[in-house]
Write a protein that binds this ligand. Structure first.
Ligand SMILES: Nc1nc2c(ncn2[C@@H]2O[C@H](COP(=O)(O)OP(=O)(O)OP(=O)(O)O)[C@@H](O)[C@H]2O)c(=O)[nH]1
Ligand SMILES: [Mg+2]
Length: 323
């Protein structure tokens, strides 16, 4: 059913309108502090790995990273969660990123320690650092790498998967499905013996000013912002808008609908009823209670389906964004 939906039969929104634009100014205190700590540690670092979400290779990366944080040190861009991303446009995206100065781009799935991208990381680090001017660290035998990026893209997971792969050791960096698990720059963690490589885990840092509302919403959809900052129903509405606009109709089957809809209210009511999720609210008289569909629970269910990859492998960014 999903693939066969003729989008011409339906009238979908052309643009997405949001009332609350505060998301664009969201930059909590720990991020400013984290950025400073990262800059202070830079002299102890030989290379920077910037991790980002492969579904949004162009959106939302902090422009300070490439030049302020990384400076002249070798820089590798890891596009993680490739298991969730539609990579048909991979080479076009890589061309755009190269124009922005990213010459070492690796796609990874940190949930899979057999992933070829994960395998490539330590040899790439070793090659780049050996060929670079190491300044004050030229006498050091070990390679020290700082792992940076926006929240929840898998920085700590990358450290853990490398450690498991090369040392056969367990997790050393805490991981979680919400943004802001790592709160400050951590002590270095050994991930490889030969070459001797240490990684520094850092807190996720957003750009202080997200350039436009859709970038903010894409970040929210990929859980790089905490859901309550944007509002779970707004994120769900943006997801529905994006899916319809991009002819992605798998949600119709996955959410148990009869046909596509452009109304988030309709979708959430149907999903809440199917899930049997209701909320108890006071009735108009104030004397009794009524049971109404639990729309936030339905919104969370819908967004979770996207985040788990149940709505298909998707690429939220487009080439047009770069022009
Ligand atoms: N599907 C998928 N999920 C991943 C991958 N890598 C990490 N995750 C999940 O993404 C979530 C965030 O991972 P973390 O490693 O905590 O991300 P982080 O960048 O360290 O997050 P903060 O410390 O909050 O900035 C967790 O639920 C991970 O299990 C991946 O390659 N694929
Ligand atoms: Mg972390």
């Amino acid at each position: 059913m999903a693939k066969r939906v003729a989008s011409s039969l339906y009238q979908f929104r052309e643009t997405f309108r949001v009332v609350n634009k505060d998301v664009l100014r969201w930059f909590p205190g720990h991020m400013g502090k984290g950025l400073k700590q990262m800059q202070q540690r830079l002299k102890l670092v030989d290379c920077v790995i910037e991790v980002h979400d492969a579904r949004i290779p162009l959106s939302g990366r902090n422009p300070n990273f490439r030049y302020t944080v990384s400076g002249v040190k070798p820089h590798i861009l890891v596009l993680n969660k490739k298991d969730l991303a539609d990579l048909q446009m991979r080479s076009e995206m890589e061309d755009i990123l190269r124009k922005y100065g990213y010459h070492h781009i690796i796609f990874t799935n940190c949930k899979d320690n057999k992933c070829p991208g994960v395998k490539q990381i330590i040899p790439t680090v070793a090659g780049l650092v050996s060929a670079s001017e190491r300044y004050n660290r030229s006498e050091e035998k070990d390679f020290c790498v700082m792992v940076i990026g926006v929240p929840n893209v898998g920085k700590s997971s990358l450290i853990n998967v490398l450690r498991t792969k090369h040392l056969g050791r367990g997790k050393a960096a805490p991981v979680g499905a919400t943004a802001g698990i790592t709160r400050s720059v951590q002590n270095r963690i050994k991930v490889s013996e030969n070459p001797l490589v240490y990684l520094l885990d850092t807190p996720g840092i957003l750009t202080p000013n997200v350039p436009d509302i859709e970038t903010g919403l894409r970040l929210a959809l990929c859980a790089c912002l905490q859901d309550h900052l944007v509002g779970i129903e707004t994120i769900a509405d943006y997801l529905l808008y994006w899916l319809n606009k991009n002819n992605q109709f798998r949600y119709v089957d996955v959410m148990g609908l009869e046909e596509p809809t452009d109304s988030i209210g309709t979708l959430l009511i149907k999903v809440a009823l199917k899930l049997g999720k209701t909320q108890r609210k006071r009735d108009i008289s104030g004397n009794g209670y009524v049971e109404i569909p639990d729309l936030p629970a339905a919104a969370y269910h819908f967004i979770k389906a996207f985040r788990n990859g149940d709505l298909g492998k998707l690429m939220l960014d487009t080439q047009q964004q770069a022009s």
